[in-house]
Write a protein that binds this ligand. Sequence first.
Ligand code: FE2
Length: 466
Amino acid sequence: MAIFNLKKLLLKKDITKLIEGLTVSMGVDVCIKDSAGTMLYGTGGDYLSGLPITVDGKTVGWIYGENVSKIAAMASLLNYIVGAEVQKKALAAETLNKYSELTMLYDFVEKVNAFNVKEIAEFLIKHVSEQIRADNVSVMLTDEITGMLKLVAESGGESGNGGAQMSAFGIAGVVMHSGKAEIINDCRSDPRCAMETGSVSSLICSPIKAKEKALGIVMASTIEPFNYTADDLNFFCTLVSQAAFAMDNARLYESLKEAFIKTVYTLAETIEKRDPYTGGHTKRVKEYSVAISANLGISAGDKERLELAAVLHDIGKIGVSDNVLRKTAKLTDEEFEEIKTHTTCGRDILSYIEELKGIIPGVKSHHERFDGRGYPDKLKGLEIDLIARIIAVADTFDAMTSDRPYRKGLPFGTALQELRKCSGTQFDPTVVEAFFKAVDNNKINPENQEKIIRGDNNDACNSDSR
Ligand SMILES: [Fe+2]
């Protein structure tokens, strides 16, 4: 842990004011020195009584005065302030660390020219089928967890033999192992083809190799006997080697993307931990949002944006002070204004990460209201991003139904009635309908909700949804 700078803390105006006020009201003269004996506050007298100021058991300074009982109260207050300061700094450092990890990761991903593995496999199959006689063409890749070959794409549909080819044994396993392409024109008489089904007569099979590593295999086969030639094999292998490099990149990109998403989730959890009453809130908001979106027919890209925005919708709370965020009593107007800044603060944070710019409208506008009375921009109706309109419903429903230390959450049915009441005013009616459809389809129900750790709460639709 870094050395705590007591001098810097005592130079803060509010801290100096606090100490001055206390010394006057308690009628006591004090001086404060650091652990090396340098005077930091007061002029100093020849005091006999001194009490330590500590951080994690280590003395960082001393408070001196004429009367030990009077300085004891000040010493414990100083210890409390020092402890809070240390905690605040640790949290800020942790958040900054996570943040730079995240940007570095995405900077790297951006530089990798990557494609989707399945798309490359389908592209390859299309070209092989056009150029080489085959009833079935399949691409199998090694599963990174099980190490088994797994079918990624195939042509030939029902009549194809992709299921049988998924075996890591048989000819697929042989080619994978040897790293050498093979032509087998009479499968029935080749014992290595024992695992292939009886519907295959001839086949051509090549490993997918990138950087000397076999990623999987590509196999083309015919039902009737066929005479594959060396030219076929040449052409086949050229296509496969072209695809192999792109596949290797794509796999790397996909695993980085997975790591990125995990980091995003960790970041969201770090933020959630600051507020002890929101346990599981992020997870539930994401699940409700996904359940709603299933009834709105949104695109796969929007679904991905929605999931990330739902997880990060309150990321701006990094900028809200602990005493406001952790306050259990009703917030003052001033405090509520501070809470409201989490929407624009969220926008500012996300604007630094190229790949997360797309989710800014969802995060920034999740407290806008359909009737234009929300914040931060008082947007109205369809001016509000659809993702934000979905998160608004999911966020408020979870807030309504969750317990807080000072009150119970609303019962599931009552919260549904509240949601219905606020449809068209606070919420987009289409999104509310999609929510009710998800309830009817049992995608959202009290049992599912109970399964996730409970936490955050809200009075009703228009209460302190933070
Ligand atoms: Fe929020």
